[in-house]
Design a protein. Sequence first.
Length: 309
Amino acid sequence: MKFIYFIATLLLLTACDPSGKAPSKQFWMDNPTDKTIQVKIDSVVYDLPANSGLTVELLAGRHSLAYDGESVQFFVKPNDQGCVINPTLSNYVFFHEIYIVEGKEKEGNAEYEKMRAIYMHPFEIQPGDTIDVPFQVISDQLFIEQYEYFWHLGITESYKNNAKTSADLSRASTAPQSKLFRENDFYNYVGRENLPEGFALKQSNYKLSDLKPFVFVADTITIDCEPAQKYLDLYRSRFKELLNSDAEHYQAKYDTLRYYTKFPTEVEKECSSRYNKDRVSSDNDIDKASVRIGKNLEKLGEKNAIVIN
């Protein structure tokens, strides 16, 4: 049984980097395969031995990555969470353990089954045969973002019998601890004998050239009201300006994009059926476009890097 206990942590947050250093991001680039691979980012070639990885620091802006005869363009947009570069597009597993708070074993055991259900996910063993498992399979992703998979332990960190957390557990008797696993490390941890007979993660033939670029506002989206359409085109152009910016100008371009993607009130009053009774709600109206922009802006904010054309 695993236990966890609480420690208080003081975090000092600063609004900016006083050093004036150009914005950059440290990535963990991983090779989960059983052979050495070579990955080229921009003009630098990295040799990654089998079942290993290394830290790569990249400036904000455009970059290229090449591996195994394939290449892809991407844009670095740093945030405050971790990110794994997965050049082989291998399977990874996001797994959950539930720890019992030390000193609260009685309550923890009672709460365990309730908590466990929250972290279960459907998994298709074979067509038509699905079971619930305490993990998620991550497939065909070049960038594995911690904002999407909130792991406590990264690829190179191991579960301990006792763990520490900075969370307030004064009212709780259990606490989840999530980890990002390489596929083989996952099998070694849980034990193949504890998995259903014939259990295996699906292997795909996905290549870097199959990766789809991040779309902020699709070219197919239009608004049937000219003033709003002009602003929609403006938002598209701001996103393109961001993708063409370098580390020196990245922050200003990104701030312009995220702070000025709301339609002006006068445009909403003219083009939205919420204000204008003469207009009828449709798939091409300003309100639906506004929702799409808001969701995609949120997705963009959670990423450290995106695939681009």
